[in-house]
Design a protein around this ligand. Structure first.
Ligand code: GLU
Length: 459
């Protein structure tokens, strides 16, 4: 890869340095649309830091940071309950280890491909840096579709996946966790197989474990709780809080459920949840016990929630949740779920804050619409970092063979979210974009990683 000589950085770092680099990334990573999107969104904001720190350009930090340290793609064969054989593809992208062992979740979803794993892994580098914890960035998963699979099929798939992946993992090397399609059950099967193959009870090799065998209190809640705590911090800088606000949440998985729980604890009314079939709007506020019950039993569709809840709640099939008027929007489903048009609708309906519980749920044009309208917008790498931060707390407990109380762990999480908010906020100010959390998060995360890479030499 080539870069312009650093002498030009001071003149126009964006067009002279960043544009050719981005063109080169497009050329070398063809078809990886989501990865391009994630890289572009970061590079667009780095101009001022490259102008201030030409040593980053000299050391080719951008080229190095955009190229994963290692990319693993492997075959995952397994047989279903009728004895039919399936072959899936497994991935682990070990993106950056300058701050610690590769850390990031595994996603099991039919949409998973290398571009998706690379986008998630790339985001994870900066997210993990923002937490202030000693964790590098990585991500993995498979195009396996867990929908309608029996428990035994899920177990066999996880065992086959880990039979290959185990040789690349280790508490000091690479520490996966969950993401979409990978929760406590899958982490259990993955951990069991790792333990069996290696003959080591290496608790710190996976996070999101069960509470009885090395898991951390508050890890399940952490991503959703953290996202709401970050939102509360953003509102606080504007002299507001969550009490009495009407909140729209998308999704109905782990992140959505615990974002709803924390928002309700802070006095907000959460009026929506959704899945791939449509959304529920419930003007009285989502009945979280009922939603949890529906999710845990049967097919777990939100339409069933609406049926059982009756009254003020209704299911709207085939549509997105962002047409529901709200003060605060928390996208907690998946990438690219808020389009430019959705953002226009949100703004027209008076939204004040949007915080990403999912990874990259807001499309670039939607981010622009929200920012131009003066909406407080928190990118996922800041707003949803509570999950991975609590994974790092789980690693800490495992390393010291200790386990902490829920209250203590949640307090640590709250401290971390306040710290992330503070560093995004002050960094954005320092670089001339006050209130712009995208700039703040990207630059604050990048500086930490880039400094570590410089210190560690050309590797
Ligand atoms: N998958 C989560 C994320 O996107 C958590 C990763 C972890 O805990 O390692 O950050």
């Amino acid at each position: 890869m080539t870069a312009e000589p650093h002498t030009q950085v001071h003149h126009d770092s964006r067009s002279r340095v960043i544009e050719p680099l981005y063109a080169e990334i497009l050329r070398r990573n063809r078809g990886e649309t989501e990865f391009h999107q994630a890289v572009r969104e970061v590079l667009e904001t780095l101009g001022p830091v490259l102008a201030k720190r030409p040593e980053f350009v000299d050391a080719r930090i951008i080229e190095r940071i955009c190229e994963p340290e290692r990319q693993l793609i492997f075959r995952v064969p397994w047989s279903d309950d009728s004895g039919d054989i399936h072959v899936n593809r497994g991935f682990r992208v070990e993106f950056n280890s300058s701050l610690g062992p590769y850390k990031g979740g595994l996603r099991f979803h039919p949409s998973v491909n290398l571009g998706i794993v690379k986008f998630l892994g790339f985001e994870q580098i900066f997210k993990n840096a923002l937490t202030g914890m000693p964790i590098g960035g990585g991500k993995g998963g498979s195009d396996f579709d867990p929908k309608n699979r029996s428990d035994a099929e899920i177990m066999r798939f996880c065992q086959s996946f880990m039979t290959e992946l185990h040789r690349h993992l280790g508490e000091y090397t690479d520490v996966p966790a969950g993401d979409i399609g990978v929760g406590g059950r899958e982490i259990g099967y993955l951990f069991g197989q790792y333990k069996r193959i290696t003959n080591r009870y290496e608790s710190g090799v996976l996070t999101g474990k069960g509470l009885g065998w090395g898991g951390s209190q508050a890890r399940t809640e952490a991503t959703g709780y953290g996202c709401v705590l970050f939102t509360a911090e953003m509102l606080r800088t504007r002299g507001e809080d969550l009490d009495g606000q009407r909140v729209a949440v998308s999704g109905s998985g782990n992140v959505a459920i615990y974002a709803t729980e924390k928002a309700q604890q802070l006095g907000a009314t959460v009026v929506t949840c959704s899945d791939s079939d449509g959304y529920v709007v419930d003007d009285k506020g989502i009945d979280l016990d009922l939603l949890k019950e529906v999710k845990e039993s049967g097919r777990g569709r939100v339409s069933e929630y609406a049926q059982r809840r009756g009254g003020a709640s209704r299911f709207v099939p085939g549509r997105g949740v962002w047409e529901v008027p709200c003060d605060v929007a928390l996208p907690c489903a998946t990438q690219n779920e808020i389009t430019g048009d959705d953002a226009i609708t949100l703004v027209r309906n008076g939204v004040k804050a949007v915080a990403e519980g999912a990874n990259m749920p807001t499309m670039p044009e939607a981010v622009r619409v929200l920012q131009e309208a003066g909406v407080a917008f928190a990118p996922g790498k800041a707003a949803n970092a509570g999950g991975v931060a609590t994974s790092a707390l789980e690693m800490q407990q495992n390393a010291s063979r200790d386990s902490w109380s829920f209250g203590y762990t949640e307090e640590r999480l709250a401290d971390i979210m306040r710290y992330i908010h503070h560093s995004c906020h002050t960094t954005a100010e320092r670089y001339g974009s006050p209130g712009n959390y995208v700039v703040g998060a990207n630059i604050a995360g990048f500086e930490v990683v880039a400094d570590a890479m410089l210190a560690q030499g050309l590797i």
